[in-house]
Design a protein around this ligand. Structure first.
Ligand code: FAD
Length: 360
C-alpha cells in the first residue's frame, strides 16, 4: 500500500491547479488520472479562451494545459497516469487500477476532480456508427487529428455544440445544420454568431427524430417541435454529434459517502460542498465539473481553492496567508459568475453551501 498527504483524483484543469497550489505550500501531492496523458478536456480545446487577462484570455486551452503540467513537474508533483481510481473506501483508502495491477493508496486528504460525462440522447438509429458525443468528435479531431465526418449534423446549441460546430468547420467538415429543442440558443451568442457566420443554419425548436443508414449513419431526419405538423427535413450526413448536456461524474464522491443534491443548474447530482470545496465528509474535497458543470476557468479556480484549503488543513499553510489566498480566488470566482448564466450557478452553489451548513 502507498501513502500520500494529498491524493487528487483527476488531472484535468481542476486537479492540476489543486496539485499546484498544494505542492507550492509544501504538501506531498499525488495526482491520479486514468488517461496516459494528463490535462483532461483542456487538450481538446485548441481555440483561444476569452474573458479577462487574469483568466488567460487569448491563450489556447491546450497551451494552458501544457503550462499547468510544466508547473506540476517543476513542483515535483507525483503523477500516476493510466491509473484509474476505482473506489474510495473508509479512512480515505483509494483503490487503484494501474498498468501493473491493483494497488492501494492511503491519503490524509483527497480532492476529487473527476469532471463530467456527456449526456446521451436516444432516438431510432442512435447506435449507428457515426452518431457520437460532441466531446468524442472533439477528441477525434484534436487529439487523433482525424475528421469525424464530412457532413455533420449537430444536436444542441449549448456552448459545447456551438464550439464543436465551429471547430468542425475549421477542420474542413460541412455542418449541415445545428438543431436545438429550445426556443433560443442556450450557449453564448458569441459562439453562435461565429458558427452562423460560416453559413451553418441553427434550427430552433427542432430535434433529431431518426438516424438511418446501412451499417453506418447516412441520413438524419429532423423534426420541428410544435403542433404545426410541418414536413420532417432529411439531411445526408455521415456524422451526428450529440451535445445535449454534461453530468458531473459523482460516482467516487457518492461511494465515499459525500452527500449529494440534485441541482439542474449545475448539471444534475453534485456533492454538497462549502466555501473551501470541502464535502460533507471531512478531509474530502471536490473541484471542477464534478462540483457543478461550469467552464474551464471556474474549474481551475475551484481546484486552486481546494488545493489551498487542503494544504491549510494539513498544517502546511498558516491561517492568515491561507485566508488571503482563498479570498483572492473567491473574488475571481465571483467575477466569473457574473451575468445571467453565472448568477444562476452562484445561487445554486450558495444553496449547496446552506444545505451543508444545516447538516453540520
Ligand atoms: C466537449 C466539451 C467542450 C468544452 N469546451 C469548452 C470550452 O471551449 N471552454 C471552456 O471554458 N470549457 C469548455 N468545456 C468545459 C471544460 O472542459 C470543463 O469545464 C473543464 O475541463 C472541467 O475541468 P475538470 O478538471 O473538472 O474536468 P476534466 O477536464 O474533464 O478532467 C477530469 C479528469 O479526471 C479523470 N478521471 C475521471 N475519473 C477518473 C477516475 N476514476 N480515475 C482516474 N482519473 C479519472 C479524467 O481522465 C480527466 O482527465 C468543454 C467541455 C466539453 C465536455
Amino acid at each position: 500500500m502507498q501513502r500520500t498527504e494529498l491524493a487528487i483524483i483527476g488531472a484535468g484543469c481542476a486537479g492540476l491547479t489543486a496539485a499546484i497550489e498544494a505542492a507550492r505550500a509544501g504538501v506531498q501531492a499525488t495526482l491520479i488520472d486514468e488517461h496516459a496523458r494528463p490535462g483532461g478536456q483542456l487538450f481538446k480545446q485548441i481555440h483561444k479562451f476569452f474573458g479577462s487577462h487574469a483568466h488567460l484570455a487569448g491563450v489556447r486551452g491546450n497551451d494552458i494545459a501544457q503550462c499547468l503540467l510544466d508547473e506540476c513537474r517543476d513542483l515535483d508533483v507525483r503523477v500516476l497516469l493510466s491509473t484509474v481510481a476505482y473506489g474510495i473506501f473508509p479512512d480515505r483508502l483509494i483503490g487503484l487500477g494501474t498498468p501493473a495491477g491493483v494497488d492501494e493508496l492511503r491519503a490524509e486528504r483527497i480532492i476529487i476532480a473527476t469532471g463530467a460525462s456527456e449526456d446521451p440522447l436516444a432516438f431510432p438509429g442512435w447506435t449507428l456508427p457515426g452518431v457520437m458525443g460532441a466531446g468524442a468528435a472533439q477528441t477525434i479531431m484534436h487529439v487523433h487529428r482525424v475528421l469525424p465526418g464530412r457532413r455533420v449534423l449537430i444536436v444542441g446549441a449549448g456552448n459545447v455544440g456551438l464550439i464543436v460546430g465551429f471547430q468542425l468547420r475549421q477542420a474542413g467538415a460541412e455542418v449541415v445544420a445545428l438543431v436545438e429543442a429550445a426556443e433560443h440558443v442556450t450557449g453564448y451568442m458569441i459562439h453562435a454568431a461565429k458558427l452562423m457566420r460560416t453559413g451553418v443554419p441553427i434550427l430552433l425548436r427542432h430535434t433529431v427524430a431518426e438516424a438511418g443508414g446501412n451499417g453506418k449513419v447516412e441520413r438524419a431526419v429532423v423534426r420541428q417541435l410544435d403542433h404545426s405538423g410541418g414536413e420532417p427535413l432529411t439531411f445526408d450526413v455521415d456524422c451526428i454529434c450529440i451535445a445535449v448536456g454534461l453530468s458531473p461524474l459523482v460516482e467516487l464522491a457518492h461511494m465515499a459517502e459525500c452527500r449529494l443534491a440534485y441541482v439542474p443548474e449545475l448539471g444534475g447530482h453534485v456533492p454538497l460542498h462549502d466555501e473551501n470545496m470541502e464535502t460533507s465528509v471531512r478531509s474530502i474535497y471536490v473541484a471542477g465539473d464534478l462540483a457543478g458543470v461550469e467552464e474551464a476557468n471556474t474549474a481551475m479556480d475551484e481546484g486552486r481553492l481546494a488545493g489551498v484549503a487542503a494544504a491549510e488543513s494539513l498544517g502546511k499553510l498558516d491561517a492568515a496567508p491561507a485566508a488571503e489566498r482563498k479570498e483572492r480566488i473567491r473574488e475571481r470566482l465571483a467575477a466569473l459568475r457574473l451575468g445571467p448564466f453565472g448568477e444562476h450557478r452562484q445561487a445554486a452553489k450558495n444553496r449547496l453551501m446552506a444545505i451543508l451548513r444545516s447538516l453540520r
